[in-house]
Design a protein around this ligand. Structure first.
Ligand SMILES: Cc1cc2nc3c(=O)[nH]c(=O)nc-3n(C[C@H](O)[C@H](O)[C@H](O)COP(=O)(O)OP(=O)(O)OC[C@H]3O[C@@H](n4cnc5c(N)ncnc54)[C@H](O)[C@@H]3O)c2cc1C
Length: 197
């Protein structure tokens, strides 16, 4: 099948969806092409689940700090890693569901599944379908970059694509990438001893 459109957007992430909607709002004929799962990096493996994990860490941290405010929690503080991760996954799935609903509200004819490859400056090939577009928006996001020094860690190296599917918290974890979005703020970073914090 051949599509001829004004705008072809590659990538149905946050940026691609915004570009597609802007093109449509301006009256352009547009399609949006996605080669991976719908739901966006932000909702599936980025901003949203990381903030859910950070929220759990902050809850534990607040309890740690509470005595300084004259607020005492009698008994030991216990972090249940399975419960923490079950909530992260449950809420993450709910958020992803909202995003997927939004994508599925886009007319089916405008949604193209498959990996886009440039044939020339105005032509894309997506799983054998040719798409000719006046303009192409490349909104293909990014992938984790693994420094050479970390490459021999095997399955001990976990990137954000997998971390939010953990069923339990690890006993300890080293975090590389000191960004506010890294899902282990100080409160939880050094180690989560099983059963205690
Ligand atoms: C742990 C973590 C926490 C974060 N926290 C925050 C935060 O708090 N605040 C914030 O602003 N940002 C945050 N970010 C960054 C944010 O998630 C990303 O910047 C944003 O999701 C990128 O959106 P995007 O649309 O550019 O890419 P994506 O959402 O990744 O979408 C790109 C899409 O393109 C598709 N694709 C790629 N190549 C092709 C191809 N050839 N053909 C078809 N489809 C293709 C991919 O499958 C993907 O679905 C965080 C990121 C991470 C990893």
């Amino acid at each position: 099948m051949k599509h001829v459109v004004d705008v072809a957007v590659i990538g149905a992430g946050t940026a691609g969806l915004a570009a597609y909607r802007a093109a449509r709002a301006a009256g352009a004929r547009a399609v949006i092409i996605e080669g991976g799962p719908y739901g966006t990096t932000c909702a599936r493996v980025g901003c949203m689940p990381s903030k859910l994990l950070i929220a759990a860490a902050e809850a534990a941290h607040a309890v740690h700090r509470a005595p300084g405010f004259g607020v005492h929690v009698d008994g030991a503080l216990r972090v249940d890693g399975r419960e923490v991760m079950a909530r992260v996954r449950r809420e993450r799935d709910r958020f992803v569901g909202f995003v997927v609903d939004g994508v599925e509200a886009i007319p089916a004819a405008d949604r193209i599944r498959g990996t886009a490859k440039f044939v020339d400056a105005h032509t894309l090939d997506v799983a054998g379908q040719a798409i000719t577009a006046r303009s192409v928006v490349i909104a293909t996001g990014s992938r984790p970059s693994i420094a050479p020094i970390l490459r021999n860690l095997g399955d001990r190296l976990v990137v954000n694509d997998a971390i939010f599917d953990w069923e339990d918290l690890p006993r300890s974890v080293a975090v590389f990438g000191p960004d506010p979005a890294v899902p282990f703020p100080k409160a939880i970073r050094p180690a989560i001893p099983h059963g205690k914090c």
